[in-house]
Write a protein that binds this ligand. Structure first.
Ligand SMILES: [Zn+2]
Length: 176
């Protein structure tokens, strides 16, 4: 999956009207990334960056009110945070002439800074790229996921969301 959508998807609905966060504890952060050391400071920065990325996704698809709406930030703040985070790890392209010829990116960052910068850069590349055209907010009840349409008929982030939406439509019809 697209790294930005995978990152954004670390917060999701819990099926009961609330949210569940896969990055709520240090242990969860350590399970999610290979980067070491993990710290509470890093976790809070990752979560703040995710808030900014989700705000940009919401803006890109002009999504209406969803469960995570209270956690979104204004466009300007989200842009600043994502751009500043990416800029904190300047990197230089380096050509290595061998078999094969290789391009490497060099930087002097510590692993935690690089994680943040990589996540921010991935979001910038995704949102500035062609895939943004097919970005959608899943319209299923309670779902707060984003997805890139894989085919023109795709309406839901995954089939279970389509099933849930159908069930809820039936339920509403039966009880009106
Ligand atoms: Zn969904």
């Amino acid at each position: 999956m697209n790294r930005t959508l995978e990152f954004a998807g670390t917060v999701r609905h819990d099926g009961r009207g609330g949210l569940v966060d896969d990055l709520a504890t240090l242990d969860q952060l350590a399970a999610w990334t290979d980067v070491r050391p993990v710290s509470e400071e890093l976790r809070l920065r990752v979560v703040e960056l995710r808030r900014a990325v989700r705000s940009l996704l919401a803006h890109a698809v002009r999504v209406g009110e969803r469960l995570d709406a209270p956690h979104l930030m204004p466009l300007g703040s989200a842009l600043d945070l994502v751009n500043d985070t990416a800029a904190r790890v300047p990197r230089a392209a380096r050509l290595e002439w061998g078999e094969p010829v290789r391009l490497r990116y060099d930087d002097r960052a510590e692993a935690p800074e690089r994680l943040l910068a990589d996540l921010a850069t991935a979001a910038i590349e995704f949102l500035a790229g062609d895939e943004r055209e097919n970005l959608r907010a899943c319209p299923a009840p309670r779902c707060i996921r984003y997805f890139v349409k894989a085919h023109p008929q795709q309406q839901w982030c995954k089939p279970s969301c389509g099933n849930r939406a159908r069930v809820s439509r039936h339920y509403r019809r039966a009880h009106d």
